[in-house]
Design a protein around this ligand. Structure first.
Ligand code: SF4
Length: 426
């Protein structure tokens, strides 16, 4: 059983992560991001939301690493903790050889020129009181780059680079469509010539017809400017299109990470199988043969996550060992890491094809034998809100602390100090 809510969260180490590779621009090691849960008039801490719990991975120079998972799994929080927009509770984030978690405010601000973010909601992340020209020029002003005329020239260049006309610099965000606003957000993100950009669900708020244009723009900019992306999304089709490698997150943990090809052709973790089984295939013959795997039960609460494997309350292949022992994220073949005790047996038995099928729907029945035994509570709306990537917003679980400031603020472009989220005592 899990610890009571009032207990300090124990670190559940999953063994050493992948060794840093010389090709890694960003290397994350045992990263944890916990938020205190407060209650009552005195706002006493009664528990912790373990939004990100001991994750390790690297992002190679020039690649796109997709980070996928259900809403509330902690993927946006992980992106922000990597950029130090949240001060991580534990672990390290090495960027181009420097551990960001050990930097002071001034050094961190300097390094942030090389790391930027594109937010999910292009309307909320742009200051409606500023012209587009001022919004794109703001990072240059903050870092005292260029004279007024040079900044103006740079803004014109950036607008054209993202497919907007330079005459649009004098307009306000409300005069643009959603796709154009996201182009402005991208222009702001590349204004300082960063090496690394966290794309936090950059197309989720856009019409389907516009999504492809923004994805193509991001790919084009990556090629031209040599950018490295962490692409956070829950749309697996988009992630497949843009990513070189993909990491799958569930309840604050990475459960599988591998190349795009291996993940989509041969997923080894039951959760990945369930996610991929939900993606329609644009080939009627293959689509007819697709075996859908419907997971039953809610995503458990990250305040009180299940013991052992966090997926065991929803995994149809769960066994007793899964309730007690957390599986390490182990390398099971070249460039393929999986956190499952029984990945080999499950795949030898045929994966989702070994599950019984409901005749009414043709989908596989996928209930866990432990569904009702352990931590039956699903995530509350508040917990979901606190882990969503929308920006700006207020986090009800951290005492109303603004987590991204006013729209278009310096926090939005990742230029101010880390947010002072109360941290777990050492
Ligand atoms: Fe987790 Fe066990 Fe299911 Fe593997 S088989 S995903 S370890 S619950």
């Amino acid at each position: 059983m899990t610890a009571p809510m009032s207990a300090a969260p124990a670190t559940r180490a999953t063994g050493p992560g992948p060794a840093p590779s010389g090709e890694d621009l960003v290397h994350v090691e045992k990263l944890r991001m916990y938020f205190p849960v407060r209650q009552g008039i005195l706002q006493r801490r009664v528990g912790w939301v373990r939004a990100v719990d001991d994750i390790s991975f690297g992002v190679k120079r020039g690649e796109t690493l997709g980070l996928v998972g259900e809403s509330g799994c902690g993927k946006s929080t992980a992106g922000r903790a990597i950029l130090q927009l949240y001060k991580p509770t534990g672990g390290s984030v090495t960027f181009d050889g420097t551990d960001l978690t050990k930097l002071g405010v001034t050094e961190l601000r300097h390094r942030r020129r090389e790391m930027q973010i594109v937010f999910q909601d292009p309307y909320a992340s742009l200051n409606s009181r500023l012209t587009v020209g001022s919004i794109v020029a703001e990072p240059l002003e903050i870092h005292h780059i260029g004279s007024g005329r040079e900044r103006q020239q740079r803004v014109n260049e950036l607008l054209e680079l993202v497919g907007l006309d330079r005459s649009m610099a004098s307009r306000f965000p409300h005069e643009f469509s959603g796709g154009q606003r996201q182009r402005v957000g991208i222009a702001r993100a590349i204004a300082l010539n960063p090496q690394f950009i966290v794309c936090d669900e950059p197309i989720s708020a856009l019409d389907v017809s516009i999504q492809a244009q923004v994805v193509n723009l991001l790919q084009d900019l990556q090629e031209r400017l040599g950018l490295t992306y962490l692409f956070i999304a829950h749309d697996l089709s988009v992630v497949r299109h843009i990513s070189d490698r993909v990491a799958v997150m569930y309840l604050g943990k990475i459960v599988e990470i591998t190349t795009r090809q291996l993940l989509y052709d041969r997923p080894l973790h039951p959760y990945t199988m369930a996610l991929l089984s939900a993606v329609p295939i644009p080939d009627p013959v293959v689509e007819r043969q697709r075996r859908r795997m419907i997971l039953t039960g809610d995503v458990p609460s990250p305040v009180n996550p299940p013991s052992g494997c966090r997926f065991h309350t929803r995994c149809p292949f769960a066994q007793e060992l899964c309730r007690t022992d957390e599986p390490p994220l182990a390398e099971v073949e070249t460039s393929h890491r999986v956190a499952c005790h029984f990945w080999s047996e499950i795949n030898a038995a045929g994966g989702t094809r070994s599950l019984p099928v409901m005749p009414e729907t043709g989908a596989a029945v996928a209930s866990s034998p432990y569904q009702d035994e352990d931590e039956g509570e699903g995530m509350t709306d508040e917990e979901r809100m606190s882990l969503k990537g929308d920006s700006p917003m207020r986090d009800p679980l951290i005492g109303g602390t603004p987590i991204s400031g006013e729209t278009g603020s310096r926090d939005d472009v990742g230029l101010s100090e880390s947010l002072d989220v109360p941290q777990k005592p050492a």
